[in-house]
Design a protein around this ligand. Structure first.
Ligand code: ADP
Length: 495
């Protein structure tokens, strides 16, 4: 199938899939959500920051390379390093002091919803899915205001011993404080001087100060947990993210087992609420290898149906599961990389006993499906095509505020470079006898142990925004798969 036929397939499936979204009764989304405070800094700003801190201290912290930010000097040292090298960095801070210092001394240009669960909740509510039931363990007043103001945007609360679903604005606890991540952006060619050294920023980039206050816990309020079966509106799927917040040992001395057990209990409870529910975990990069492995082996394995991740995350997952060589082949930028990515996805599917592994990369998606998936390979393919259009719309317009905004993605062409990679994988798979040219051209290979869907995707040349596109791809594909499962069930009932 040539590139124009892929273009046509995107167009042919889009309106059908868009319409089918109405069949989804509800989606539960937890846990991580924060406020992103974004500030673009110029020469004046950096000079002002330098005046506010002790130069000698910054100099010594610069040499030590702070791995976490405990003081304004740590912050300025990491900012200088990022600006000097033009490198993106994300550094944690464990107190609220830095947030206060930055609010007072720098301020933000704009603030927006951040965190995978926060971004996905708003996206799905804007895509007009019937009931988006978000759950954020640390929901604060200020945070609640970042949820879209729509009737389908809900959060559970307990009123008079009963579970109710209300807008997050009416569900927060005044004891909670917002988790604010600071995103400091800087442009190429900014000049400044620090301690006699002249620095010029080599490229546009950003430093993220991610807030990790001690009260961030992957947990559910006990009362809400106990009443969860009262969710009367129906939940067809759950999207869970934020497990990277689990610590080896927290401030109260609880080890990770405590939170793993609670996370698994919640998944089991969701399955009690609806035995045919489908559970998706959105993966992310997790520095701590022990926690990364624990999440995969103790939360995802056997409990979860679907996993969404990018190529680097596939390599990271393979690495802690004992496939170091394959992990290396995935990230090495040569011809074999895409082949290794396919192999790695198959390993994740089988080793973690999943129904579906959806890998997104720039220009193509690979989805590996188990034989017991309640959706057909054709359903999965249509869901991927739909998500490619939705992601293109998000990249093009920056945000999706209503379902019709997704139509904009139809104008974005399938990316030639992605299509070329897709062809490379195609020839590898044919050479190895995994699929015939016909299967691959149709975009769906059925092997005795699993099915594989590979599609080339739409890419926006000059995106208006890049944050959250990965989350958009995974969430859009997962909910449209849910709609197909609902459609198949309804058809069965009619027969
Ligand atoms: P994030 O967590 O910021 O969403 P990820 O790495 O998880 O980042 O996902 C980024 C994904 O977004 C890529 O795999 C690619 O498929 C998609 N993407 C990135 N840029 C564009 C673009 N300009 N147009 C369409 N899709 C894009």
């Amino acid at each position: 199938m040539d590139i124009s036929e892929w273009e046509q397939q995107h167009n042919d499936t889009y309106f059908e899939m868009k319409d089918d979204l109405k069949k989804v009764r509800g989606v539960f989304v937890a846990y991580n959500c924060n406020i992103d405070a974004i500030r673009h800094i110029d020469e004046n700003d950096i000079n002002k920051l330098l005046e506010l801190v002790d130069e000698k201290k910054v100099k010594s912290r610069l040499m030590e390379y702070p791995r976490q930010i405990d003081s304004p000097e740590d912050f300025v040292a990491r900012l200088i390093i990022s600006m000097r090298d033009g490198k993106a960095a994300e550094v944690p801070t464990y107190t609220l002091d830095i947030h206060e210092w930055l609010s007072e001394n720098l301020g933000s240009d704009v603030s927006r919803m951040g965190g995978q669960a926060g971004i996905i909740s708003n996206l799905l509510a804007n895509m007009e899915i019937k009931n988006i039931i978000a759950y954020v363990p640390w929901l604060a007043k200020e945070q609640a205001e970042y949820f879209v103001d729509k009737e389908n945007m809900l959060h559970p609360v307990i009123v008079d011993g009963k579970l109710e679903l209300v807008h997050p604005k009416n569900a927060y606890s005044s004891d909670n404080e917002p988790k604010v991540n600071w995103i400091i952006e800087f442009s190429k060619d900014i000049d400044f001087e620090f301690s006699g050294e002249k620095i010029r920023v080599p490229r546009d980039n950003r430093l993220i100060v991610s807030s990790r206050p001690p009260w961030i816990r992957i947990d559910m309020d006990q009362e809400i947990y106990e009443h969860l079966q009262e969710v009367y509106r129906g939940i067809d799927g759950a999207i869970l993210a934020g497990y990277q917040m689990i610590k080896e040992t927290d401030e109260d001395g609880n080890t990770y087992d405590h939170y793993v057990e609670k996370s698994v209990k919640l998944i089991k409870k969701l399955k009690e609420v609806n035995p045919s529910i489908r559970i998706h975990v959105e993966f992310t990069s997790i520095q701590n290898r022990l926690i990364r492995r624990v999440i995969l082996k103790q939360i995802v394995q056997e409990h979860v149906h679907s996993l969404g991740l990018d190529t680097v995350e596939v390599a990271n997952a393979l690495n802690v599961l004992g496939y170091e060589e394959l992990a290396y082949a995935v990230i090495k930028k040569d011809e074999r990389a895409i082949d290794a990515l396919y192999e790695g996805s198959v390993i994740l599917l089988h080793e973690l006993k999943l129904e579906r592994v959806h890998v997104h990369s720039l220009g193509y998606y690979i989805c590996v499906i188990s034989k017991n998936s309640p959706a057909t390979p054709e359903d999965h393919k249509k869901s991927l095509l739909f998500s490619s259009t939705v992601a293109a719309a998000r990249a093009l317009v920056g945000d999706i505020s209503k379902l019709d905004d997704c139509d904009a993605g139809l104008d974005v062409p399938v990316w030639e470079q992605g299509y070329n990679k897709f062809e490379t994988l195609e020839s590898h798979l044919i050479q190895r006898g995994i699929g015939t040219l016909k299967d691959l051209e149709d975009g769906c290979v059925c092997t005795p142990t699993h099915d594989v869907i590979i599609i080339p995707t739409k890419v926006v040349e000059k995106p208006a925004a890049t944050v959250g596109i990965g989350d958009t791809i995974s969430a859009a594909a997962f909910v449209s798969m849910l709609s197909r499962i609902q459609k198949n069930n309804l058809a069965k009932v009619r027969v």
